[in-house]
Design a protein around this ligand. Structure first.
Ligand code: GRF
Length: 262
């Protein structure tokens, strides 16, 4: 087992919407319960209120206009800004977002437009120094191209996401709604490292809550969000204490948490 290093880490946060998780993370950094500093906040959505929260805290922000980049690609597929180390064949082999029988041209177009946006994103991200990239309600899926450029050391993933369901149940965009519509009696949220699939990466932490007969979708969402605001800073703190280790000895790669040293 490696030594547990107590350090203050640098994190970058990406948001698409309200940014209540970002707020919880910033407050945990300020109160000292999280040994981290937020270096930047980026978004795919210029209207994201999360950007405003960051500005109020004097944290640098930027926007990568995914939709605009995608539209430009559609209009003129031959004039797209792709990096010189972009290897479409390699991405097609490694990706796990589309099944093998999905029309190839659609998959190719998806990854070309996606990598064009990610190149823009990487330019911004790499102008900061950071240890961990935190997805706090960032509603875009990354290509293997992007993930490999952040996870340079394959044994130490450094993209963390929060998902509004108890994975591996209900991956996708609206976990609380899927949980509620399914008639589940327990709901929850999950923090995981990001891999090439959609919400499939190794699980770091989860919190659950009961769904009672008089609960509504709204009350389920608020119960869930309240747990997210606790869970996310806790998981980032484990990362900052160097206590998250990938274990590849079983069927799936999982996260082992090194116990706290007393
Ligand atoms: C959260 O429910 C999160 O799990 C999901 O998107 C929502 C973001 O909320 N991925 P906020 O922007 O942090 O308020």
């Amino acid at each position: 087992m490696g030594d547990i290093i107590m350090a203050r880490i640098k994190i970058g946060v990406l948001v698409s919407g309200g940014g209540s998780n970002l707020q919880a993370i910033m407050e945990a950094c300020q109160s000292g319960s999280l040994s981290a500093d937020v270096m930047f906040v980026g978004s795919d959505n210029p209207e994201a209120y999360g950007l405003e929260r960051a500005r109020k805290a004097a944290i640098p922000t930027f926007v990568t206009p995914y939709d605009l980049i995608k539209d430009r690609f559609k209009q003129n597929p031959d004039h797209i800004d792709l990096p010189s180390d972009f290897d479409l064949q390699d991405i097609l082999v490694r990706q796990s977002l589309f099944p093998p029988d999905h029309p190839r041209s659609a998959v190719e177009s998806f990854f070309k437009a996606r990598v064009a946006a990610e190149t823009h994103l990487l330019r911004h991200i790499n102008s900061f120094s950071f240890d961990l990239l935190v997805l706090a309600g960032f509603m875009r899926i990354f290509s293997p191209y992007f993930i490999d450029r952040i996870n340079v050391d394959k044994t130490k993933p450094r993209i963390m996401n929060i998902h509004p369901a108890l994975l591996p149940s209900f991956p996708g965009v609206d976990g609380y709604s899927d949980t509620f519509e399914h008639g589940c009696k327990v709901g929850g949220c999950t923090v995981h490292f990001v891999d090439y699939g959609e919400d499939t990466g190794p699980i770091i932490g989860q919190k659950s809550f009961d769904i009672l007969p008089d609960d509504t979708l709204d009350s389920v969402r608020s119960k869930g969000l309240e747990r997210e605001w606790q869970l996310f800073p806790e998981c980032i703190q484990l990362f900052s204490e160097n206590r998250l280790v990938l274990d590849k000895s079983g069927k799936k790669t999982v996260v082992k948490i090194i116990p706290e040293r007393l």
